[in-house]
Write a protein that binds this ligand. Structure first.
Ligand SMILES: N[C@@H](CCC(=O)N[C@@H](CS)C(=O)NCC(=O)O)C(=O)O
Length: 208
């Protein structure tokens, strides 16, 4: 087995885990306590940033969750989960892939830090960035008004990237302001068998 994913429960490594399960690829999963830079210091030798995910395909190491999804789709496809440059919506597909992490998850990390890791230190930042996150959902909300998925009329890695941000929003209690469209979208994508398998996989690996 050449594919190996270092993961913490429900962290951003959930994106590649979900992708691996949707594609039916075989992989090895290592689950670490969060944050590994504190509770699994040996992990710094694997990823000097100490962040999750770290993904290996043989000697290749990747540390960006959305890029790993793109890589898996391109390298181990063909798959309905990825779009090729020939597809009319290829640009939109890439935009959603990056949007999920760079635009949606970024403000969430501020909320996470000052609610879970350092509570009480920056309450106004928690308020501001919580609002910021919900305002940034406007693009997805508009795209999903008349569509079940973000692009190409089918579930793709773009939905995994943005969908993970919705999953994290629920953990951080930022989902109270979800529009009915975003709420229905979340219900749709989280009802997938691939999503359930990824959840089950992280539970199994943590227990072993
Ligand atoms: N842009 C990276 C961010 C990776 C990242 O910061 N992951 C968080 C977990 S969600 C982490 O490992 N935090 C622990 C720390 O900063 O020590 C990605 O999308 O994978």
């Amino acid at each position: 087995m050449t594919l190996k994913l270092y993961h913490c429960a429900n962290a951003r490594s959930f994106r590649p885990l979900w992708m691996l399960e949707e594609m039916g690829l075989s992989y090895e999963l290592k689950v670490l306590p969060f944050p590994p830079r504190v509770h699994a210091k040996e992990y710094l030798a694997i990823n000097p940033l100490g962040t999750i995910p770290a993904f290996f395909d043989g000697d290749l190491r990747m540390t960006e969750s959305s890029a790993i999804c793109e890589y898996l789709g391109a390298k181990y496809g063909p798959t309905d989960l990825a779009l090729t440059p020939q597809h009319a919506e290829y640009g939109a597909y890439l935009n959603w892939l990056y949007h999920g992490e760079a635009t949606l998850t970024f403000p969430q990390t501020i909320v996470l830090r000052y609610t879970i890791q350092e509570p009480g230190r920056a309450d106004s930042a928690v308020q501001d960035y919580g609002k910021w996150f919900n305002a940034r959902l406007r693009l997805a909300d508009a795209a999903l008004k008349n569509a079940d998925y973000l692009c190409a009329g089918r579930f793709t890695a773009a939905d995994i990237s943005v969908g993970y941000a919705l999953m994290l929003a629920r953990t951080l209690n930022l989902d109270g302001d979800f529009s009915p469209t975003i709420r229905a979208y979340w219900e749709r994508i989280s009802a997938r068998e691939g999503f359930a398998r990824a959840k089950e996989s992280q539970k199994r690996a943590a227990a072993s």
